[in-house]
Design a protein around this ligand. Structure first.
Ligand code: ZN
Length: 479
């Protein structure tokens, strides 16, 4: 062996370590080991959050489980940030760079489910983790702890922050955290979401605005003296008719949805009150605003026709995600290093049963690493308050398999997988991928600069302006 060959060989020995089937560079092997050490505890926390299934702004115990474990691991924890009792920031280290990771933990109402591949609620009508946020928050905390331990091992320097972000599903808690300036000193933020595939996610999401419309009329007997009545539900029906005609004249990227929350109580009373929850979306916030204006104007028109009063109240709104491909490429390399997730025969059978019951092809889980996709100008899909974070700090997004291919999301099937090993495996995989990506950034300031410069370029002249009403977040009052 020549001298330079020998040096190369020695170099490989010192910088790579083999963990199981995977050969990882040394710092990434330390991360993997950290997560292996915390695995049992992380699964316990995730399962406890799954069992609690606390919804929007009520996630007291879930938030405590995560923030307590952060504190136990040496993080400095600030609870109740941005006026939200269940929001928190856990910080470790000091100085530059500052890298953060997001953790959600709220559940969805009405989809309680056992860890079974057929629909069977634990408690009929109770909440369940149909978006996998029990895995989301716990995986991100695991990643933050692995980075902290890499700092303790003297391998990297700087600050790691874990943001506990409540109420993603209903009120979009991150908007108030952004308004409080919590990401102002952060260089790069990492986020992930449970899904049915593994990919470094370089697609945006839809911007949206949520608002409430109320109509106020005059009650009367529906048969004896209807001429004395002014019907709030007439206004509501006229309004939704207007919205449904309007659908024909919006761009294909626009989505309009409404939910009738109060249309009167009984058939023999002209209703004096009606209420509607309205949501407008578009792939770009700039396209969304004129549609929102028009949808508000229609409320006035409906009120005039029914001769009633009306009130429009803004709930909140979110931006589309600002993509960062430079960050996405770093994440992609780490996914390729990790490779796909291996499933047992029992897990594959569980996945196929869910597919059978939900009428999907019985192919099991898809954990192949998708190649980095072209970023679509107008993506489909949903919305997330990660969007608001991504306009304030460069953001890297990841999706990891925690449910079988094509599983209907926000459904009992996602709840089922999130409380058992299919979900746990995805969660630990996400921890590894995010921590490895953060390690790359900590190790290489030039990489951080590249990610940040793409962020600046994509943001351009846009001045971020949150779509939220003045005042504190809408925290429900405790009875
Ligand atoms: Zn979600």
């Amino acid at each position: 062996m020549k001298k330079n060959q020998l040096l190369f060989f020695l170099c490989l020995l010192t910088t790579f370590t083999t963990i199981g089937q995977i050969k990882l560079p040394k710092n990434k092997a330390i991360i993997n080991k950290s997560l292996e050490k915390h695995k049992t505890e992380l699964i316990k926390i995730s399962d406890a959050i799954w069992a609690k299934s606390e919804t929007a702004f009520e996630e007291y115990e879930s938030s405590k489980l995560l923030s307590d474990y952060a504190e136990k691991n040496g993080f400095n924890v600030q609870r109740g940030v941005a006026g939200m009792p269940t929001a928190f920031v856990a910080t470790y280290g000091s100085g530059s760079p500052v890298i953060s990771v997001l953790g959600e933990f709220d559940a969805l109402p009405g989809i309680s489910q056992k860890t079974l591949p057929t629909k069977e609620p634990i408690v009929e009508g109770a909440a369940g983790h149909g978006c996998g946020h029990n895995l989301f928050g716990t995986a991100s905390l695991g990643a933050a702890i692995a980075i902290k331990e890499l700092m303790d091992a003297g391998k990297i320097k700087g600050t790691i922050k874990f943001f506990g972000t409540p109420s993603e599903e209903k009120f979009f808690g991150k908007i108030w955290m952004v308004r409080a300036g919590l990401w102002n000193d952060v260089d790069v933020n990492i986020s992930w979401h449970p899904g049915d595939n593994i990919e470094s996610d370089v697609q945006s999401s839809l911007a949206l605005v949520d608002f409430k419309i109320e109509f106020f009329g005059q009650a009367a007997h529906a048969s004896a003296d209807p001429w004395n009545g002014r019907s709030a539900s007439d206004a509501l029906e006229l309004y939704t008719t207007g919205i449904n005609y309007y659908r024909e004249h919006v761009k294909p990227t626009v989505r309009l949805h409404y939910h009738i929350q109060d249309g009167g109580q009984v058939v023999n009373v002209v209703p004096d009150y009606a209420k509607l929850w309205m949501r407008v979306r578009d792939t770009k916030r700039s396209g969304l605003l004129p549609v929102y204006e028009r949808a508000m104007k229609m409320a006035e028109g409906a009120a005039i026709m029914a001769n009633v009063d009306y009130k429009v109240s803004l709930i909140s709104g979110i931006y589309e995600v600002l993509v960062n491909r430079t960050g996405g490429e770093i994440m992609q390399k780490n996914l390729q290093l990790l490779g796909p997730i291996n499933y047992s025969d029992e897990e594959i059978a569980f996945g196929k049963k869910i597919q059978e019951v939900t009428g999907k092809p019985q192919v099991g889980m898809d954990s192949n690493i998708k190649p980095l996709e072209v970023t679509k100008e107008n993506p489909g899909g949903g919305s997330t308050d990660v969007g608001d974070v991504s306009w304030n700090v460069a953001n890297i997004n990841l999706s990891v398999t925690t449910a079988p291919k094509d599983t209907p999301w926000h459904s009992w099937a996602v709840v089922a997988c999130g409380g058992m090993s299919i979900g746990h495996k995805g969660m630990l995989y996400a921890s590894n991928a995010m921590a490895m990506t953060m390690a790359d950034l900590f190790e290489n300031p030039k990489l951080i600069e590249k990610v940040k410069s793409e962020f600046k370029e994509r943001k351009g002249d846009e001045v971020y302006e949150a779509i939220i009403p003045e005042g504190p977040p809408p925290i429900p009052t405790k009875l």
